[in-house]
Ligand binder design. Structure first.
Ligand SMILES: Nc1ncnc2c1ncn2[C@@H]1O[C@@H]2COP(=O)(O)O[C@H]2[C@H]1O
Length: 255
């Protein structure tokens, strides 16, 4: 399995793209601005999009992606996997003919170019040998993370979350974990804002990582622009024994 980071920043600005991971060449996790760097051919190979939550930095490119691929998707629709409440929010607030056309009924209601598939934690999905499980998250809106495994290994992406015991329990319930991509959006100096906004900061994440029984590489995502180095170096000091990586667009991991 190959995982390519298309975007992992907590904001925008030169070199910064928001949340999107490409798994092999057909699965996307999140659809933030990182997706815009894919070639048309690479976009056309996408079959499944797993959404962690409905915040704009995680879905900004979804409407544009569907429109860009419109003619290509007529023979095989793009499938959007997420919780049912997230499905409703995206449909109601984005694909409502005002912000964007309702591609869930285009070109015809009976054969749309995009369709939702509701997912929940009790029903992992097998996509040609990649098994996708939902993970619990605690954010300001309904949110999840995902754990993906194949016969060689597993990685997990937390999406946006603050301290959340259920996440660590869910990760520990599985036999192994090779790579964990976990958010640490805010620096310690903005710990209170981070908590209010439903995110980790270095002290909270360091405290929670102790609960993980596995020893994966730990990729840090969603660092807020301008505070990236401060936040990451702080984490490094607090977690000297962990294999930490500051994630960036273009990073590729093979499992
Ligand atoms: N209570 C808040 N006060 C100020 N900013 C916030 C608040 N809640 C959320 N945000 C910001 O809004 C952003 C929405 O996306 P994020 O969760 O990535 O990060 C969030 C914060 O940067």
């Amino acid at each position: 399995m190959e995982i390519k980071v298309l975007g992992c920043s907590g904001g925008i600005g030169a070199g910064r793209r928001t949340s999107a991971l490409l798994v092999d060449d057909d699965i996307l996790i999140d659809c933030g601005t990182g997706v815009a760097d894919l070639s048309l051919e690479a976009m056309a190979r996408l079959r499944h999009v797993f959404i962690t939550h409905t915040h704009l930095d995680h879905i900004a490119c979804l409407p544009l992606l569907v429109d860009t691929l419109f003619s290509r998707l007529q023979s095989r629709p793009l499938v959007i996997h997420t919780r049912s409440d997230c499905m409703r929010i995206i449909h109601h607030h984005i694909f409502n003919w005002q912000i964007w056309p309702d591609f869930f009924e285009l070109p015809e209601r009976e054969r749309p170019v995009v369709r939702f598939e509701e997912m929940d934690a009790a029903r992992p999905l097998d996509i040609e040998g990649r098994r996708v499980h939902m993970l619990p998250a605690t954010h300001t809106v309904p949110a999840v993370g995902y754990r993906v495994e194949d016969d060689r290994g597993a990685f997990a992406f937390t999406g946006d979350t603050t301290s959340n015991d259920d996440l660590w329990t869910a990760l520990n319930d599985h036999a192994g974990l090779d790579l964990l991509m976990v958010e640490c959006a805010f620096p310690e100096s903005e710990r209170d804002l981070g908590r209010r906004a439903g995110h980790y900061c270095p002290s909270l994440l360091a405290q929670d990582l102790v609960k993980l029984r596995h020893r994966p590489r730990v990729g840090i995502s969603h660092l807020k622009p301008g505070a990236e180095s401060e936040t990451f170096e702080d984490l490094r000091r607090r977690l000297p024994e962990r294999d930490l990586v500051r994630l960036g667009s273009g990073d590729v991991f093979k499992i």
